[in-house]
Design a protein around this ligand. Structure first.
Ligand SMILES: C[S@@+](CC[C@H](N)C(=O)[O-])C[C@H]1O[C@@H](n2cnc3c(N)ncnc32)[C@H](O)[C@@H]1O
Length: 270
């Protein structure tokens, strides 16, 4: 029987949501410098920060949510990497405590630009100028030739999930398609974030307009994306490994970014 999609917050912790983490790391490993200082912008509970610190990088973890940062601090201490990590409370749209041309790489993963929130945490910043400000700031703080990784939430999978699972709310979709702004209400609120969802073309244009060179746009769940809930019952490690490998190998095939729940834009400051 087809199950409802899992809640977003489990995506990097549990199978099959962990596919996103796995494919992301494939691409991080390909483009990250061997060492240096990395900004994890909107890093929330610090999953990427901790892994980066364990791999020897110095990391600045920045987020707008003080509660997430407290949780991150505890985990960072538990894992014994606190000397490698500096935690900053702030907004990716300002980065006011960070100097220009500083970082060897910048991460802004997990749909931060979809759910951009104001500094007081009270409202979603859904206007295009806020996404542009964020990208300008990420560009400003990284060094020339440094990679910037943007993990964005895709529009197409929201449409197909919504059509399949929430036919009673189908009248909300034309406005979403026009604006890319999703404002879930009622039962849909449990499964979707309020925010701006991207197409790969839109993301490339936005990033290109800020003067960044787009190197690659890859899907993070690829062929597994439309059937993610069906994978939940798979327990066999070998089968999971094969699915992970398929998702990695197909991630840069044409169209995979479009159908994924999340896709990654890899760009460079030139
Ligand atoms: C879904 S979480 C992703 C966390 C992490 N990047 C990951 O992939 O595991 C989105 C994060 O973006 C943060 N965020 C939202 N608006 C922000 C802003 N204006 N500046 C910095 N962080 C922001 C949220 O607080 C949250 O921690």
């Amino acid at each position: 029987m087809i199950k409802m999609p899992q809640r977003e917050k489990t995506r990097t912790e549990m199978w099959p949501q962990s596919l996103e983490w796995h494919v992301t790391w494939h691409w991080l490993e390909k483009y990250l410098p061997e060492d240096g200082v990395i900004l994890d912008a909107g890093g929330g509970p610090g999953r990427y920060t901790i892994e980066l610190a364990k791999r020897g990088y110095d990391v600045v973890l920045l987020d707008i949510d003080k509660k997430q940062l407290r949780r991150a601090r505890e985990k960072i201490q538990e894992r014994g990497v606190e000397e490698k990590v500096k935690i900053i409370h702030g907004s990716v749209t300002k980065l006011k405590d960070l100097e220009s041309d500083t970082f060897d790489a910048v991460l802004c993963l997990g749909g931060v630009l979809t759910g951009l929130t104001s500094i007081d945490g009270e409202k979603r910043l859904t206007e295009k100028r806020e996404r542009m400000k964020a990208i300008q700031q990420l560009k400003r703080v990284c060094q020339v030739e440094a990679p910037i990784f943007l993990g964005l939430c895709g529009l197409a999978l929201v449409l197909s999930t919504w059509i399949g699972f929430f036919p009673d709310h189908i009248k909300d979709l034309p406005a979403f398609l026009d604006t890319h702004l999703l404002q879930p209400k009622g039962e849909t609120e449990k499964y979707f974030f309020h925010g701006h969802y991207f197409t790969p073309k839109e993301a490339k244009d936005l990033v290109g307009k800020q003067g960044l060179h787009v190197e690659n746009v890859v899907g993070l769940q690829g062929p597994a994306a439309p059937v993610l809930p069906l994978l939940e019952d798979i327990e066999d490690k070998e089968k999971k490994d094969i699915i992970r490998e398929i998702c990695v190998k197909t991630s840069d095939m044409p169209g995979m970014a479009s159908i994924s729940a999340h896709f990654l834009v890899i760009c460079f400051k030139r």
